[in-house]
Design a protein around this ligand. Structure first.
Ligand SMILES: [Zn+2]
Length: 173
């Protein structure tokens, strides 16, 4: 288009075109070519601006993706660490339970296991300030007196939930 405009301009400047009608047509074509060129330049400029803004947005989104990926990686590693801690603790507790269970008389252990299954995983509960910590019920005075009178190695149980009561210095006896 530029070449064509230059060629038209050359013809105009050369004086070869002498008819007023041709001169007018030529002048008109040059003007119209200049206008089209300017329009096209505007379009190119707009496209470049849009490309620039799209690139900016793409960069921004990439940054956000990286940030989210970083957070996921961080959460994953913290979860894995927590899982390892839980596994370690479970192994330790299992070992401790084995040692403790080995020292408990067989019939008492059997009773405990039976109660544990019946009572949602808790077969024995601490008696704390006259309250069974298994069912949260406070023991009646008569019951408390019976527990109080029982020998230290007697297995005492909660009247309400039937769990084995574990007596401690805070039992309120
Ligand atoms: Zn109870």
């Amino acid at each position: 288009m530029r070449q064509r405009a230059a060629r038209d301009q050359q013809r105009l400047d050369s004086g070869a075109v002498t008819s007023p009608k041709d001169l007018e047509n030529l002048q008109h074509e040059i003007t119209s070519l200049a206008k089209r060129q300017s329009d096209l330049e505007d379009v190119v400029l707009e496209v470049m601006e849009r490309r620039e803004s799209a690139q900016e947005r793409a960069g921004e989104l990439t940054g956000r993706v990286e940030s989210v990926e970083g957070k996921v990686a961080d959460a994953t590693s913290r979860r894995d660490a927590a899982q390892r801690e839980i596994d370690d603790e479970a192994a330790t507790v299992t070992k401790e339970r084995e040692v403790t269970a080995a020292a408990v008389p067989a019939d008492l252990l059997a009773l405990y296991e039976k109660l544990r299954v019946q009572q949602g995983g808790v077969g024995a509960a601490r008696l704390y300030q006259r309250r069974c910590e298994g069912c949260r019920q406070e023991l009646a005075i008569t019951e408390l007196n019976e527990v109080r009178a029982a020998a230290p190695d007697t297995v005492v149980r909660c009247e309400n939930c039937r769990r084995i009561l574990v007596r401690t210095p805070e039992s309120g006896l």
